[in-house]
Each structure stands twice: as C-alpha cells, then as structure tokens.
Design a protein around this ligand. Sequence first.
Ligand SMILES: NC(=O)c1ccc[n+]([C@@H]2O[C@H](COP(=O)([O-])OP(=O)(O)OC[C@H]3O[C@@H](n4cnc5c(N)ncnc54)[C@H](O)[C@@H]3O)[C@@H](O)[C@H]2O)c1
Ligand SMILES: [Zn+2]
Length: 330
Amino acid sequence: MKSNLTYLKKPDLFNELNQNQSTFLAVIDEEVKCHLPDWVKSSDKVFWIKNPEANKNLKTFEQAVEFFLNLGISREAKIYAIGGGATTDLGGFVASALLRGIPWISIPTTLLGIVDGSIGGKVAVNMPQGKNLVGAFHAPDTVYICLDFLSTLPEVEWASGKGEVLKYGFLSKKIFERIIKKDSMDYIAQDCAEFKKQVVDQDFKEKGNRIYLNLGHTLGHAFESTLKIPHGLAVAMGIKYLLKVLSLNERSVEWEKLAQALELPLEKTELSHYPDFSVDKFKNYLLQDKKKVQDVIRLVLIKEAGSCFVKEMNMQDFINHIEAHEDFKR
Ligand SMILES: NC(=O)c1ccc[n+]([C@@H]2O[C@H](COP(=O)([O-])OP(=O)(O)OC[C@H]3O[C@@H](n4cnc5c(N)ncnc54)[C@H](O)[C@@H]3O)[C@@H](O)[C@H]2O)c1
Ligand SMILES: [Zn+2]
C-alpha cells in the first residue's frame, strides 16, 4: 500500500489531468476551482464540495457515492480528490468504498494537506460522536504535490499548516535545521511530505513508528475541539503545552525557536489568548480520547530534535500534571 509522491508545477499537473480527461472523475473543493483547467470547471463528472470540514460526513459521503454510481462507474475507474485534508479524506473514503475499493489520486491544495493529510491512506468522515470515526486505510496511488495551489491560501490556513510543520521539526533533525535556517517553505514542505511517506511506508496500519506522527495530538485534539481553532495550530499548541506541563524546559526553548522561525502567530498559541477556555471541557475531551486504552495513554515525547519515544502514562497522572500548571488554573 505505498503511494508515489510526485512534485510538479501547475502546467505539468494540467498535462496530467488533460491526459486523463476522457476518464476523469473527481471530488473537488469549490475553493480551488479557480486553479483548474476550464474543462474541469465545467465537467459534469466532478462532485464539488463547499465548506469541506463541515461536509466531511456520512450524508455527503452518500451523495458522492450515489453521484459516481449514477455515472455508471466500473472497477477500472479512478477518482481524483483535489482540495485540503477534509476533501482528500472524503474523496479517499469514497474511493475506498465504491465497488469495494477503486484507486484514487490525491492532490492536496493546503499546506496541511501537503505535509500530512494527503499522505498515508487514512481516509474518513466525521460523526456526531467525534472526528474521523468512520473510515478506512486506503492509500492513493499517487499524491501530486503542486505548491502553486498555495498562492490563494488564507493566512489562517498557512498558520495551521506551519503548526504541523513544527511537529516535523521535532521528528526529523534535517527538518529542524531547515526550519531554523529559514529555508524556503517549498523545500521544508517537501521534506515533511517525504518524511511522512517513509514512516507510513514502513508502518501503514499504525502498529509501530507511525505513532510518532501523533506528537502533540493528544492535547492538540483537545485544544482543537474546545477552542475551535484549526488543526495544525492546535497541534503546535499541543506540543507547547505537553512540554510545559511535563516541565521539559530545554525542549520548550526549541519549540520557541521553531515557532519563531516559522513565524507562527505566537499569541494564538497562548492559553491566555482564549478567555472562554474551560479546563473542565478540556479534561472531559481528554478522557474520551479514542486512542486511550483503558486508563493509560501512550504519549509521544521528545528526547531531542530528531528523536522521539513513547511513554505510557496513567491518564489521571497526566491530568494532574495539567491541573498543576498555572496556565490551566482558571
Ligand atoms: N488523513 C490524514 O492522515 C489526515 C492528517 C491530517 C489532517 N487530516 C484531515 O484534514 C483536515 C484538515 O485539513 P485542511 O487544513 O487542509 O482543511 P480543509 O480541507 O478544511 O481546508 C481548509 C480551508 O482551506 C480552503 N482551501 C483549500 N485549498 C485552498 C487553496 N489552495 N486556496 C484557498 N483556500 C483553500 C478550504 O476550502 C477550507 O476552507 C481535517 O479534516 C483532518 O481530519 C487528515
Ligand atoms: Zn495532525
């Protein structure tokens, strides 16, 4: 279940799409219509999505599946999913289920999608009970990475993508150094995509090292849900407060360096920026974390940039650390 990663500029991407025009089927975020060839814009073989995160659900999934079945697709069909992580998650899940699974091609259009969401074959929709609760492992045949899409990305989505990039800074020494040197984001994003590909190629079903990609996500998901902030920013915050509540001060200094080099909006990663923050809601979210096995959580911690490890911790102990930190005392 390995995917190819292919980096290309827009004209080459257009060539690729043009060559597949006669069989083209796609799920596409309306927001990126402006980037696509005219024949795609007017194609009746495209299932367009508006507000992809709000519509990443079973209802839209059913509509998309019916849309493609009504086109009379066969097992030779393949589906392009073009958009941010919410669109590639939905499009990939549709491909995983249609006719028990047909191939798909992922074309991420957000920084977060490029470095994370489009790679690795985890595809899903959200449920009222929580995010990504119904889905599959179904890797795309190819991920086409075209950074030209990012020219229209709003600031808030840049910050979200950079939050996830900060995570890779702790997972890979090479990426850490590139970030600190303020290399071009094009190179950094490609390194992050390659890094994720290498990890998932070795551990597709998350039985081993893939868990490292969850660095910062236990607290991150709780921030994302309770503060209603974008995923990647919440992950950056998740790492920051993981280091703070466990008093890992040297790593906190590195976090600051990475965040500054990436020009993350630092004030938005401070809990004091959110007057409505409820520590009770936050704790309740953690206690319902789907990755929790009984009372024990598996936390990804950092030895040094480029070297992480997993530590099992009793959930109540972890919550005690959180409650003891002054930033959480409200
Ligand atoms: N499958 C995985 O391994 C994985 C990993 C990380 C995140 N995800 C999922 O990805 C989603 C988050 O991804 P995301 O941040 O890309 O969210 P998203 O798909 O919701 O996109 C964010 C916003 O940017 C807009 N947009 C997309 N491309 C644009 C462009 N080029 N120009 C202007 N606007 C554009 C979208 O319409 C949307 O409003 C979540 O649903 C998350 O669960 C999945
Ligand atoms: Zn993430």
